[in-house]
Design a protein around this ligand. Structure first.
Ligand SMILES: *Cc1c(COP(=O)(O)O)cnc(C)c1O
Length: 359
């Protein structure tokens, strides 16, 4: 029987691999360290805001997310018209592809970076212009600038980068942005920017303020702890932000998500205390891994990257057998989300035992 004819551009798209849940083992505490989630439960103020919005769920959400857009604009000191919200920053990212790139166009990004980039490039029928990370697992911005050609419509800079956690510094990014032609859209994917050291790593908004081709992508999923509610946003100049609104999924950001994101901004101080605690845990874990002879990449995010090459799956299996779900990329490395102190201690124990067995 004949099948419906679908777009051939979709053939061979790898399916997105979501972080696994830990295997349940009798008598073992299990932790999910595979999706870069924030392990803190929602603040009571945020739960209360969601509960207050519940009686309205028979109505459609506010189409323009006006109150949320206003709150974001005030928080980041940008005009309301420069804010576009969507169903997670991945939803907004898909919109960025839709407004910039189609068949025959090129999209430049590092590899390995966020898994969604090649998938979305292929969905819109564009061509991936991948540039290898440098020896420190950082974006090679010079090579990325050189990869741009007449077909390039968009450049993605994941800062800090998922899955390596590494970030590019202010001067390097400034030099790069100067080199990119004004007609090419530069997207700074800053899903983890709240976890950086602001002394060394730039705030993408400072570049957006000076360059009309820079768009900054942010999310409520990580530092703000609202991953299940799917809300992210882009701050960009008018033609870009306006185009993003044109292609938005109608009513995509739910009433509950809008209410929770507003409450998160209102309670940012308490949330950033938690971010600081996660950062401290990250630094402890990074030092602990170095102490047992491992070499994590220098992380500016809420996760660590161990380039283990051929040993990747053996290490991930050892974690799994101890009740810890991590995120392996076969033959490349393992990404480990920083969890609560007990989870991190358990992980360090597993890593130490694995190293001892190996030597
Ligand atoms: C987690 C993540 C996002 C955010 O995804 P949401 O759709 O907002 O949950 C975006 N970019 C990168 C690089 C990420 O790792």
């Amino acid at each position: 029987m004949a099948e419906p004819r679908l777009r051939s551009a979709l053939d061979g798209i790898p399916s997105y691999k979501a972080g696994q849940r830990p295997t349940q083992l009798p008598g073992v505490r299990t932790f999910k360290l595979s999706s870069n989630e924030n392990h803190h439960e929602p603040l009571p103020e945020i739960v209360a805001a969601i509960e207050a919005a519940l009686p309205e769920i028979h109505r459609y959400p506010d189409y323009a997310s006006s109150e949320l857009v206003e709150a974001i604009a005030v928080r980041f000191n940008v005009p309301n018209e420069h804010v576009a919200v969507g169903t997670g920053s991945v939803g907004v990212l898909q919109q960025l592809f839709q407004i910039s790139s189609g068949p025959g166009d090129g999209v430049v990004f590092s590899w390995r970076a966020f898994e969604a980039y090649p998938i979305m490039t292929q969905i819109v029928g564009a061509r991936a212009q991948r540039v290898a990370l440098d020896a420190d697992d950082r974006h090679d911005l010079d090579a990325m600038a050189e990869a741009i050609d007449d077909t390039t419509r968009m450049v993605l800079v994941c800062n800090p980068n998922n899955p390596t956690g590494t970030a590019v510094g202010r001067e390097a990014l400034a030099r790069f942005i100067e080199r990119v032609p004004d007609e090419v859209l530069i997207v700074l994917d800053e899903a983890y920017c709240e976890f950086i050291d602001p002394g060394r790593i730039p705030d993408g908004l400072s570049f957006y303020r000076r360059h009309s081709n820079v768009a900054v992508l942010r999310t409520f999923s990580k530092a703000y702890g609202l991953a299940a509610l799917r809300v992210g946003f882009c701050i960009a100049h008018s033609p870009v932000a306006e185009a993003l609104r044109k292609v938005q999924v109608p009513f995509g950001v739910s009433t509950l998500a809008q209410a929770a994101a507003i409450a998160a901004l209102q309670n940012e101080g308490a949330l950033m205390d938690r971010v600081r605690a996660i950062r401290q845990q990250r630094d402890l874990l990074e030092a602990g891994l170095r102490g047992i002879g491992m070499s994590p990449a220098e992380s500016e995010a809420n996760f660590l990257w161990l380039r283990l090459g051929a040993d990747t799956m053996s290490f991930a299996a050892a974690c799994d057998a101890a009740g810890l779900a991590v995120r392996p990329f076969e033959n490349e490395g393992v990404r480990i989300t920083v969890g609560e102190p007990d989870a991190n201690a358990q992980f360090l124990g597993v890593a130490e035992a694995w190293m001892a067995r190996r030597s």
